[in-house]
Design a protein around this ligand. Sequence first.
Ligand code: ATP
Length: 237
Amino acid sequence: MPALLQVSDLAAAYGGVQALHGVGLRVAQGEIVCVLGANGAGKTTLLRAVSGLLPVRAGRIEFDGQSLVGTAPEDIVRRGVVHVPQGRMVFTGLTVRDNLVMGGFTRPAADAKAGIERAVAYFPRLGERMKQRAGTLSGGEQQMLAIARALMSRPRLLMLDEPSMGVAPVIKDFIFDKLGEIRLQENTAILLVEQDADVALAVADRGYVLETGAVVLEGAAEGLRANEDLKRAYLGG
Ligand code: ATP
């Protein structure tokens, strides 16, 4: 299958600290790919580089056959790549509805109503809380809102940074189930960064393991779940 996102030989750094070394990764149309790794492995850095929030030192990032390197973050969103950051970063002082409307900034205003209806179909709790300020929502509800806000721009690639963080276990399962549904309904590929390897590999088709800024393992999710080294390091086995 042709790659929707193709990252090759990617290097990125914070000043003198090199955070990614020669990273290669691909995501095909409609695929769910997870990136696993310990704290500080470079997972967030990888997403930030793809979404244009961090300059690329070397290497290539191609989306739908065209380079994203040097493209402004808002233009990357317009091209169809949307990043749900770690910690969700919803606009806490705005209502749920206004957060969703902001998420649709790349779309005609007339699309907002249908977008909000789609969001509520995935996450009915948001429908009950439309007029509430986002800061009053639970961690899990804020994560739902962050994902729903990202969907407002109708992404072709949805990138999620640690969606399980700070979310109660039962809500975590609900959110990961929704990712599978979103991929089918929206025909969106998903690139998922997670420390919870179990939950990520349950929904993903393929995965990559990052260690100190480099890919050390990659493969089908099923194979990774059975990998003894990975079990020891990340799956509590
Ligand atoms: P976590 O799960 O903790 O978010 P991560 O795998 O996402 O970890 P990154 O946040 O990408 O890892 O960090 C990769 C490396 O870059 C680490 O060594 C980290 O200390 C360093 N780093 C990250 N952000 C900065 C920054 N703003 N300034 C300097 N170094 C940074």
